[in-house]
Each structure stands twice: as structure tokens, then as C-alpha cells.
Design a protein around this ligand. Sequence first.
Ligand code: 5RP
Length: 230
Amino acid sequence: MNSEALKRLVAQAACDEVLKQPAGQCLGIGTGSTANWFIDLLAPHQSHFAGVVSSSVASTQRLIQQGFYVLDTNQVTDLPVYVDGADEINPQGHMIKGGGGALTREKIIAAMAKRFICICDASKQVAVLGHFPLPLEIIPLAEPCIMRTITALGGEGRLRMVGVTGQPFITDNGGWILDVHGLSITQPVQLEAQINQIPGVVTVGLFAQRKADLLLVGGPTGVVAVAHSQ
Ligand code: 5RP
């Protein structure tokens, strides 16, 4: 099975899971190619939900095109479930996210949700996080200062650019993204707390303090479900 087939498989498993929720509740939906499969497969069942909240402008546009009722996060007080992909996940359920640059809204919605269901293919499972560069959303004027602090932590920060335009990638919130290479993240909870303390960092793409509650992984033999307690 190729990677797209695995994403579709795991997205279908997530649809089956969220449709076990009572009708009339809200649902959080993330960003990326796996989340896109989830949106498309869930579209015929959209009336099961009172509305959805989305972690990016791109997902919001896709959800609206598919006929979902998209709510602002400010309008939602009760969010039973959030479904999203990940760039890496370790055996404890700690994740690196933000490959699509949507980490800040993803972290907000993950914090709002009672359950975080992570959907990915088996290639995202790693023993130690850090081979995938760790994204940080930052306030642009703090970039040189943050870069120095990241170097002192043993990482190499690279400003994310838009293709070969020479222009920085701008997030949905007007921030920039620093992708930090060269880290071997053996203590994700501590590193998340440490990077959160750096002035000018809006969000670090480590989801360790609030990790996945349920991981659905698509592999050659089908979908494997792994539950994690917080
Ligand atoms: C976007 C994310 C995505 O969840 C992550 O990049 C995984 O994406 P994909 O499903 O395309 O592999 O964090 O900011």
C-alpha cells in the first residue's frame, strides 16, 4: 500500500471513531494531507456534528467547500474530540507537529479538546523525536535572538521560506516559522517547557505536555490503535 492509501485507511478509521460520538457535538479538525483525507471521508456525515473548528485557513476552506459548518474557536465551549496528523510520534505519544505551519492553532484546539486522536501512517513512528526538524512559530522581530538561543541548545534554526521566492513563509497568524534541525529529543516534555520560555516564541511544535490520547496508525497490515494516558 502506498502512503496515500495508508492515510486514507487511517482517516477512515478516525471517521468510524468520531461517528461513535453522540450526534450534535462539535469536532476539532487539523491540517495536512492526512487531515484532508479525514475531511473528505467525513463530509457525507457532516450533519452528525453541530459544527467543526479548524486549525488552519486551508482546512477551513476545504471544510466549507465540503459543506461543513465551521465555527470560530471562540464560539465553542465544549470540544469532545480533535483529530489531526503528526510529523513524528514516539512510543509515549509525544509528537512533532507543524510541518504545515499550523502548529499554533493546532495546539490551541488540542488544549480545548477532551480527546486528541492522532492519525498517521507508520512512517511517522520514531523511537526518538527530532529527525523531522522541529518547527517554532515566532514573532519576526525576535528571529536573530531566538536563533542564538536555539544554537546554544544544540539545534540549527532555519527560517522557513516560500519555495525559491526568497520570502519567509507567513503563518495564518502573521508569524514566521523556524525549523530546528539536529535535535535528538530524548526529553520532550522538558524541551517543550524550555522552548516555551524563549521570548518571541509563539508556539513550539512539540506536543508532549498535551500528547495524543489515541493514535491510529496505518500500516501494511491495517490500522493499529494505541491508547495513551496523559
Ligand atoms: C500541520 C501538521 C500536520 O498534522 C503534519 O504536518 C502532518 O501532515 P501530513 O498529514 O500531511 O503528513 O502538523 O501543521
